[in-house]
Design a protein around this ligand. Structure first.
Ligand code: PRX
Length: 572
């Protein structure tokens, strides 16, 4: 297949020469950025907030929050005071100490960001939850981590099964007219009265910072624990990959319930002292374009699923907004279809830079950088300081162009510290001792670009040919009738597996056998005969996680009439 590529971009980027930096960079060079490098006192929240508030960025806008009812700006100095107050409320009203687990279950608002950093300032471990979680998802997470404190709203309280959570001592409620009784405390009342001076809890670099629960293909969600040391990589990747610079207005569209919304919605931007936009409410093409236009967003980090929705919304929304402030655009979470990159280039004249990483890895690992040629469909190359390889099932390094297990050599600063209460699960990521095995399959081309193929268990083997579902999905959505597609292998007694596609149509198209045939033909002629789905089923929506990943295992379960398993991360 012909490789399509966009040339490097000229400009004053933080990373100027990838190859040179890859040769010489060591992580301890990045540590010199932090005040603990000289003081020996460690706390991520100090580095992200107080360090700037005590320096030249005191009055620089740190957080700009916009929702349908609020439009507020907080400087780094404001942020210091607000996070101090939050820390004080937690300490004095709930006795929170170093290492305690404090969960936050509420919609995006300034209060969420203050509380999250407040928890970290007092050395406790913060657990952010998506506001859309229902009771079972909330129970699993709070129970597994023995959470001591929960910060939530009265509206969400009915989804908190307090009776099943013996370790939960205090529930802070953020809202109007809160009645304080039993373990329920009015957060805002105490926040207003709290002192804006706080004694920060200094910690070890390996002390707990944040717990993100993430679903695997089996069992309950697992608690991925990150530690303060991850800040080294949050900082350095925010510099090189997000390319954050002094005057940037940065917008990461992810919710803090997902690792992208903390590593790059909070830590990366603030460790680098960048102005950070937070938008409340739900996705709408109009609202999103308006956010970019009204704040003059320069660096924008989002996900393929959102880009595809914007793409589907078409020209009218796009053309009625001025997006010329954008200078750097990035994507994460699932494969970035070449079609989407082409659309970005056409619609706002920018390359969309793919970044690959996982909840477990804590920060970006394989990325595209402006100074490097962008090969459409590739995830890019490892960050300087990161060694990536493709391993076979025995742990041997495979030569270029062979598909295998995408693995990263241990030693990058933001690797998870453990899986909460589950050492065995943690160990399972390291079957060949010093390699972290991601569970993704990929290959590396001759020039060192990595190409995602699927989750290891998603790869389809049909009539002896290996087919990555992503490749087929990418092709399918290039057909004008197709809005979204999910592809699985369906057991077949002759071919081993056949390719089955679930397809959601764009408005204005009607389901018919003729259309199925046309779509099949489109893939067959555009990709390869063996990649064309033998079966196509139309459906209204493709099941996806909140972070936009197609849940192929759910499609597979539907297909085979099996139970769908843990659905707590399903989008709706
Ligand atoms: O399969 C890969 C996919 O998302 C998985 C990690 O998901 P999660 O822990 O939710 O974190 C996502 C954001 C950090 C990976 O194992 N994935 C993530 N980024 C990409 C990707 N697949 C292809 N291309 C990417 N850029």
């Amino acid at each position: 297949m012909k490789m399509e590529a966009f040339p490097p971009v000229e400009g004053n980027y933080n990373l100027q020469n990838y190859e040179e930096m890859y040769e010489k960079f060591q992580w301890d060079q990045a540590e010199e950025q932090f005040s603990w490098h000289t003081t020996g006192k460690v706390n991520l929240a100090y580095e992200a907030v107080d360090r700037h508030a005590e320096g030249s960025k005191k009055d620089k806008a740190a957080l700009c929050y916009l929702s349908s009812t609020r439009n507020e700006t907080y400087t780094f100095n404001d942020l210091k005071q607000m996070t101090n107050k939050a820390g004080n409320v937690l300490r004095t009203k709930a006795g929170v100490k170093k290492g305690d687990r404090v969960f936050i279950f509420m919609p995006r608002s300034p209060e969420l960001y203050f509380a999250l950093l407040g928890v970290i300032k007092i050395g406790a471990i913060v657990g952010p939850l998506f506001e859309a979680f229902m009771e079972d998802a909330v129970r699993d997470r709070l129970y597994d981590s023995s959470a001591k404190v929960l910060i939530t709203t009265p509206e969400l309280l009915e989804r908190v099964p307090v009776q099943d959570l013996p370790a939960l001592e205090t529930i802070f409620l953020i809202g109007e007219n809160i009645e304080e009784k039993d373990q329920y405390v009015d957060y805002q009342k105490h926040f207003q009265e709290a002192s804006a001076q706080l004694d920060i809890e200094w910690v070890e670099r390996t002390d707990g910072l944040i717990l993100h629960y993430t679903s695997g293909s089996t069992g309950k969600p697992k608690g991925v624990l990150h530690v303060h040391n991850a800040m080294v990589q949050h900082y350095q990747s925010a510099k090189w990959v997000l390319d954050l610079q002094e005057d940037d207005i940065y917008w990461c569209t992810a919710d803090p319930g997902w690792v992208t919304g903390t590593s790059y919605g909070i830590f990366g931007p603030w460790l680098t002292g960048t102005t950070n936009i937070v938008a409340g409410g739900r996705f709408s093409p109009e609202g999103w374009y308006k956010t970019i236009e009204s704040f003059g967003v320069t660096v924008w980090y989002s996900a393929p699923t959102s880009f595809r929705m914007l793409m589907a919304a078409g020209e009218p929304a796009l053309k009625s907004h001025n997006l010329t402030s954008l200078r750097h655009v990035l994507s994460v979470g699932e494969p970035l279809n070449p079609e989407v990159i082409r659309w970005g280039q056409e619609s706002f004249k920018k390359r969309i830079h793919d970044t690959w990483w996982m909840t477990e890895t804590g920060a970006q690992l394989i990325c595209n950088y402006p100074c490097m040629e962008l090969r459409l469909g590739s995830m890019g190359k490892p960050l300087p300081g990161v060694e990536a390889a493709i391993l076979d099932d025995e742990g041997n390094i495979l030569p270029p162009n062979q598909m295998g297990n995408l693995a990263i050599k241990k030693g990058w600063p933001s690797l998870m510290h453990t899986i909460w209460n589950n050492q065995e699960k943690y160990d399972s990521y390291f079957p060949f001792s010093d390699w972290y095995v991601s569970g993704d399959s990929a290959y590396m081309d001759e020039e060192g670009y990595f190409w995602f193929q699927g989750r290891v268990d998603d790869v389809i083997m049909t009539a002896g040919e290996r087919v990555g579902p992503f490749e087929v999905e990418s092709k399918l959505i290039e057909h004008p009738a197709v809005a979204e597609a999910g592809v699985i292998g369906k057991p077949d007694h002759i071919r081993g597996e056949i390719i089955k596609a679930f397809v959601a149509l764009n408005d204005g198209y009607t389901e018919s056998d003729q259309l199925k045939e046309e779509i099949r033909h489109f893939v067959k002629t555009g990709l390869a005969a063996h990649s064309a789905p033998r079966e196509i089923e139309f459906c209204e929506k493709i099941p996806k996680t909140r972070s936009g990943k197609i849940m192929r295992r759910v499609l597979k379960a539907w297909e085979l009439g099996l139970p769908t398993g843990d659905l707590s991360t399903l989008e709706d």
